[in-house]
Write a protein that binds this ligand. Structure first.
Ligand SMILES: [Zn+2]
Ligand SMILES: [Zn+2]
Length: 355
């Protein structure tokens, strides 16, 4: 027994054996360690003032929120394909059509010509098309179904089952979640004095109030895309309690048209404007978002001509400054909440460390 213990002691102090043991341990650790997790990637595709946002989960599954415009020789579908290629995505697992304005749904038929779409989701038949689906979109849905894909109508509270992400529908068909998302629901101090507008007046009718809004979460990281929801729908979602919760990344509502200051309750660290040169990022809307307490930066898809030098971000934060170049902004995010924004035009990046 004594001799045996002595042998063990000897082995422990043999430098050669010790080194080999360390190498073996390191090899075993490598075998046991999971592959380093990929980040969440979000591409804000330039569709000249429409919306097309490509979300790629660490699992590799993809969610495309809207497909930009029709026409222009399939311009927007080509730009989506470029982003998909950069992300290493060969098809779209989920296509979410937020509403039926041409800057969101128009590009769907072109998209199907360049990328396979497995599942398509929307808020239901269009309020503007007399309770039917717009013709070109209906044909696109049939094409997806004919290829054994699915079509689903989403409602507030539904999850879009992108593997590896938590995607919750918070607004759809004029309705909103009636319970706050987990961890959300705090009183929104910026709601005081905000009054709803007359229902059915101006922008409070037609497609925009129907738009599908989502909150996308990866661990502590939270991204909100509320498409083109209107003043009244913002108030319904965010007042008096903020049912969507605080965000790291916020896609400026309605391309950066004028929101209510209720959005300040979202407390985003970064806002992105999916504007065109002459559409969205209106000076008053831009300033309202810019003044959001705690906001660190604004990034834009285009220089907004109406904003001049005082209602635009610095050029380094703008994907397309002079021309219609189709450059995108890319966000990568980690479950810790840390994220990085990259301007594909000039490769300028900024990292926002986890809080
Ligand atoms: Zn729009
Ligand atoms: Zn719209």
């Amino acid at each position: 027994m004594g001799k045996y213990q002595g042998t063990i002691t000897h082995l422990r102090y043999d430098p050669v054996v010790s080194r080999n043991t360390k190498l073996l341990s390191a090899a075993l650790l490598l075998l046991a360690a999971p592959a380093i997790a990929k980040p969440l990637e979000i591409y804000f595709v330039d569709v000249e003032g429409g919306q097309s946002t490509l979300v790629v989960s660490p699992s590799g599954q993809s969610l495309l929120i809207d497909a930009g415009y029709a026409g222009f020789g399939g311009r927007d579908a080509e730009r989506i394909k470029t982003a998909a290629k950069a992300a290493g995505v060969g098809h779209i697992d989920y296509l979410l059509v937020t509403h039926y304005h041409s800057d969101h749904v128009g590009g769907v038929p072109n998209l199907l010509e360049v990328l396979h779409v497995t599942n398509v989701l929307d808020y239901g038949p269009s309020v503007d098309a007399g309770g039917t689906y717009p013709e070109d979109y209906a044909a696109a849905v049939s094409k997806i179904e004919a290829a054994k894909g699915t079509h689903k109508v989403v409602a507030p509270g539904d999850k879009i089952p992108v593997k590896g992400l938590d995607v919750t529908v918070v607004t759809a068909a004029g309705k909103h979640i009636d319970h706050a998302l987990p961890g959300a629901g705090q009183p929104n101090e910026y709601c005081s004095g905000l009054e709803p507008r007359k229902e059915g007046s101006g922008d409070e009718s037609g497609e925009n109030p129907q738009a599908v809004g989502v909150v996308i979460e990866l661990g502590k990281f939270r991204f909100g895309d509320f498409s083109d929801i209107t003043w009244n729908k913002e108030l319904a979602l965010l007042c008096p309690d903020n049912k969507a919760g605080k965000l790291d990344l916020y896609l400026a509502t309605h391309h950066g048209g004028l929101s209510s200051r209720a959005i300040w309750g979202l407390a985003p660290r970064v806002a992105i404007f999916n504007n065109g040169p002459s559409k969205g990022a209106e000076p008053a809307g831009w300033r309202l978002v810019k003044q959001s307490p705690g906001l660190e930066d604004v990034w834009q898809l285009h220089f907004a001509l109406a904003g001049g030098s005082d209602a635009n971000a610095a050029d380094t934060f703008i994907a397309n400054v002079d021309d219609d170049l189709g450059e995108y902004l890319k966000v990568t995010a980690e479950p810790t909440g840390a994220f990085t924004v990259t301007n594909h035009r000039n490769k300028f990046t900024r990292t926002y460390p986890a809080k």
